[in-house]
Design a binder for this molecule. Sequence first.
Ligand SMILES: Cc1cc2nc3c(=O)[nH]c(=O)nc-3n(C[C@H](O)[C@H](O)[C@H](O)COP(=O)(O)O)c2cc1C
Length: 270
Amino acid sequence: MNRMEAIQHRRSVRSFDGTGLSPEDQQQLLAFAEQQTNPYGLPIHWRLLNAGEHGLSSPVIVGTELYIAGKMRRAPHAEEAFGYSFEQVVLFAETLGFGTTWIAGTMNRAAFERAMELSAGEVMPCVSPLGRPAKRMSLRETMMRKGVKADSRLPFEELFFDASFDKPLTEAAAGPLLAALNAVRLAPSAVNKQPWRCVCREGRVHFYEKRSKGYVSEDGWDLQKVDLGIALCHFELAARECGLKPSFELRDPALPNREQLQYVASWRVE
Ligand SMILES: Cc1cc2nc3c(=O)[nH]c(=O)nc-3n(C[C@H](O)[C@H](O)[C@H](O)COP(=O)(O)O)c2cc1C
């Protein structure tokens, strides 16, 4: 399975079969995570955590004791950087046949943060269980997926725009960007809100955040910017697999928009 197939095949897995990962598989995943960089150059420290050993739990996860978590220093763009790097790990796990679920909320966070030895000035944005997917989903998982319409995504024309926010981009007009934009569309996001909006203009794809209420915490942490980091990751991986050469830019093109979307970053595509 290549990365594009992993993007297409991935779904959140909350029910696992209990078989666990061999020490070699665990080592391979951790080593991969530790090698990851992100366009913002912000380092992330990774740990594999055993639920029994550290008293960790998530009410939505059954059938595995193993979690992966990352922590980093708080800094501008930490959210996007974390989203980008963690998704690389999620997709790598998928290529090895392991299930994951991004978890920011449904966990005993204090216990996870203790297990990560989080210090002042650091943040542990999300964790994920790791294991082999069970043959059948738990009832709770089935209900959760229905609740957030996890199997569907917003229409292409609602997410992507042609040169300005006034003109929706159709799949037919997307040309060589079609596969990479479809990869963005498939990305996971908190509560499946899909906050990314993209304008394709003059050889660049500009990523914006459409904020929903309630995702920015009192200390300024914006969970939906993690989603944007995931979208940036999907775009780059898919574009590279199509033979394009994306390069990262942080330069707001100051495009007018009526919805007060926030500029996040751009990929220049050759
Ligand atoms: C940043 C982020 C945080 C998330 N937090 C949770 C969570 O706390 N609990 C949970 O069950 N799922 C969580 N999810 C998973 C989303 O609900 C899921 O990705 C979305 O519904 C789409 O479904 P899919 O991943 O199966 O495509 C989170 C996803 C992201 C990207």
